[in-house]
Design a protein around this ligand. Structure first.
Ligand SMILES: [Fe+2]
Ligand SMILES: [Fe+2]
Length: 271
């Protein structure tokens, strides 16, 4: 595993509906992209807390690479977010609501004030669950015809790179969680909270972006909603399927092998 850099600057403002013809899916992804930087910073803190307890040198190296990859993802999505904001508008209120009550109030209260070891483990369970979600989205993006739906080459590069690395490091948080004694009940409660809170924020952010979008194709909204949860490789369906899969007591992220196209993409990046 290694850290790779994405250098896209998105100097030409990214259009609001960049993800193919489906405006709703674009706004779901625009909202997720707003959530990536703070979310990924949380993943890093969660893994870092347990890093010195991992003795295996290979896993130690993978933790370093994981941290580096998530930092790079955050920086690239910040640039993307600034660019697309020129077309979707200001989302400061959403950013406040997503970051302040969660990462500035709840998390420090749990980590520093309560400080119980089980809570740090629970934070890692949230991370492992969220990583299962992102790896599922990533896997679907590499299915035939999906990446091609992104017309802008710089945006396509951003998502291909991020998705490929999400698949590459999909085991890491889960393995650290298991290594520090994380049990099934903690894993499940972490999953319930992670999937619940992410779904709630995505619904809120997407709803707002749709409502203020002057060019939103309202007549096709019912069909877009159905597609979001039923169409193959659609975000809603992948979200639900990933959640069901994660329920299995013998679940492990490596049971879903990395997509060959993603491997090829990373190899191409390295050359
Ligand atoms: Fe990431
Ligand atoms: Fe990740």
């Amino acid at each position: 595993m290694q850290v790779r850099k994405n250098k896209e600057t998105f100097s030409d403002p990214v259009p609001a509906h960049w993800a193919g013809k489906d405006a709703l899916q674009s706004h779901v992804l625009n909202t997720l992209s707003l959530m990536f930087p703070a979310g990924e910073a949380f993943f890093i803190r969660s893994v870092k807390h347990f890093a010195d307890r991992v003795k295996d040198p290979k896993m130690q190296a993978d933790i370093k690479a994981f941290i580096g990859q998530e930092m790079q993802h955050s920086m690239a999505h910040e640039r993307f977010n600034q660019s697309v904001a020129q077309n979707v508008g200001n989302m400061d209120w959403f950013m406040w609501l997503f970051t302040v009550p969660t990462f500035e109030w709840l998390e420090p209260f749990m980590r520093n004030y309560l400080g119980h070891e089980k809570l740090h483990q629970w934070a890692l369970a949230l991370t492992a669950a969220a990583e299962n979600m992102t790896a599922g989205f990533a896997q679907s993006l590499f299915q035939p015809g999906e990446l091609e739906k992104i017309a802008r080459p710089d945006v396509r590069e951003l998502y291909a790179w991020h998705a490929a690395e999400e698949m590459e490091h999909r085991d890491l948080a889960f393995d650290v969680f298991q290594q520090v004694g994380g049990d099934y009940v903690t894993r499940m409660s972490g999953m319930a909270f992670a999937y619940g809170i992410i779904a709630a924020y995505v619904a809120l952010g997407t709803g707002y972006l749709v409502l203020k979008d002057r060019n939103f194709p309202w007549s096709t909204l019912p069909q877009q909603l159905v597609d979001l949860f039923t169409k193959e490789n659609s975000l809603g369906r992948v979200f639900l399927e990933g959640m069901v899969d994660y329920l299995r007591p013998d679940f492990h992220p490596s049971q879903q092998p990395m997509h060959p196209e993603a491997l090829a993409y990373l190899e191409k990046m390295a050359s």
